[in-house]
Write a protein that binds this ligand. Structure first.
Ligand SMILES: [Zn+2]
Length: 111
């Protein structure tokens, strides 16, 4: 697959008009934003690895898919405009409890 993958039109109604893209262009035109600035409605980052491998012992680079989303100005559909593939460095994780010790599961109740 070749990245970035771009979606030029709304998958629901076929419109090319997007709210964040339009508002960003207006701010660029008025000089309030730098040329080339992009402000998506949402960004998603999805690391592609098995959850059990979060307990890796060494720093490791994993592939990450990053999606940039906007809102259709005609029907309100939120959809992916661009999908990029990159990499992120995963640091070893050491779980600490609320008393400074090691061990325990994250988010388990301690009051
Ligand atoms: Zn639409």
């Amino acid at each position: 697959m070749d990245y970035p993958i771009k979606f030029e039109i709304c998958p629901l109604c076929g419109s090319e008009s997007r709210i964040l893209e339009t508002e960003t262009q207006l701010l660029i035109s008025s000089g309030d934003l730098a040329v080339g600035t992009k402000i998506p409605a949402m960004i998603s980052n999805t690391a592609l690895f098995n959850p059990p491998s979060t307990h890796i012992l060494a720093r490791k680079e994993v592939p990450v898919l990053t999606g940039f989303y906007d809102v259709c100005a005609d029907c309100g559909m939120v959809y992916c405009v661009e999908m990029h593939k990159g990499a992120a460095l995963v640091e070893p994780q050491i779980q600490r409890d609320n008393h400074g010790g090691l061990g325990g599961m994250p988010f388990m109740g301690k009051g």
